[in-house]
Each structure stands twice: as C-alpha cells, then as structure tokens.
Write a new protein. Structure first.
Length: 159
C-alpha cells in the first residue's frame, strides 16, 4: 500500500468537489438574484459571493488547462495524507459556505449583513484551504532522483 498519489489525480479530485459544489452554490445565488431575494442589494450579494469560490476555481482551471496542453504524462506525486487533508478542508469550507447561504432566510438579519459577518468565519478557513490548494496546484518541483553518495577518496598506498 502506497502513501502517495499522482499529483494529477489529486488535482482532479479537488477540482471535482470545487467545480460541482461551487457550481451548485453559484446556481443558488443566480436563482436568488433572479427571484429578488436580495432586492436592491444584488451587487452586494455578488460582491460577497464571487471571492468565496471564483479565485480557487480559476486557479484550478488555469492549471488543469495548462496541463492539458502538455505532451506526456505527469508522473509527479504527492503524499496521500496531504491530499486527504486538503480535500477535507475543502469539504469543510464549502459546507460552512453552503450553511451560510442556505440558512440566510432564517437569520435575524438581512442577507447582506449576514454575508458580511460571515467573513469572520469564512476568511480564515478560505486562507487555510487556499494555501493547501495553492501548494498542490502551483508546485513545479519534480521528483528528485535518489542521492548517490560521493565516492570516498582513498589514500595512496605505500606499496
């Protein structure tokens, strides 16, 4: 059993959760905007929502697109534990973001006030998740070959 996963597979695993879940949240905000949930504050709702997912999805799309143009397979790998932690951090962040959006109708304040306050719990989580994702999506390090120790110099013999 290996403790590593192909970097390309890790990137796709994270992209799947972000694109599907982010797409669902995007659709909810679109529908709420169309049906007047935000009234005259549609711009404020979108100004809050866009930075919560678009930078991460844009980073992923850019890297996946650049990789698609390369010939050959990417054989780099990453420790499975780091991928798993990053996946669960993403899951947790997207869950908290979803709860914020879905429970907004039941909040004792208007939507924009809630969204602005939610930055206190979403921003730290987004920073942690973004850092982990950035490592997986921007790492240019290649696997180094095993180090061979230098030859030991022998002292001249008197014979």
């Amino acid at each position: 059993m290996t403790d590593r996963i192909l970097l390309a597979k890790a990137r796709w695993g994270l992209s799947k959760i972000w694109f599907s879940w982010g797409g669902m949240l995007f659709t909810i905000i679109v529908l709420q905007s169309i049906f007047g949930r935000y009234g005259e504050q549609v711009k404020e709702a979108w100004s809050w929502f866009i930075p919560t997912i678009i930078p991460t999805i844009a980073l992923m799309m850019g890297v996946l697109g650049a990789e698609a143009m390369l010939s050959g397979d990417d054989v780099r790998n990453v420790k499975k534990n780091f991928y798993t932690i990053t996946w669960w951090l993403s899951f947790g962040y997207l869950l908290i973001l979803s709860i914020t959006i879905l429970l907004e109708p039941f909040a004792p304040m208007n939507a924009i006030e809630l969204y602005l306050i939610s930055n206190f719990w979403l921003s730290p989580l987004q920073g942690i998740v973004g850092g982990a994702i950035a490592l997986l999506f921007t790492s240019q390090r290649t696997e180094a070959p095993p180090e061979v120790p230098p030859p030991v110099a022998q002292e001249p013999s008197d014979q």
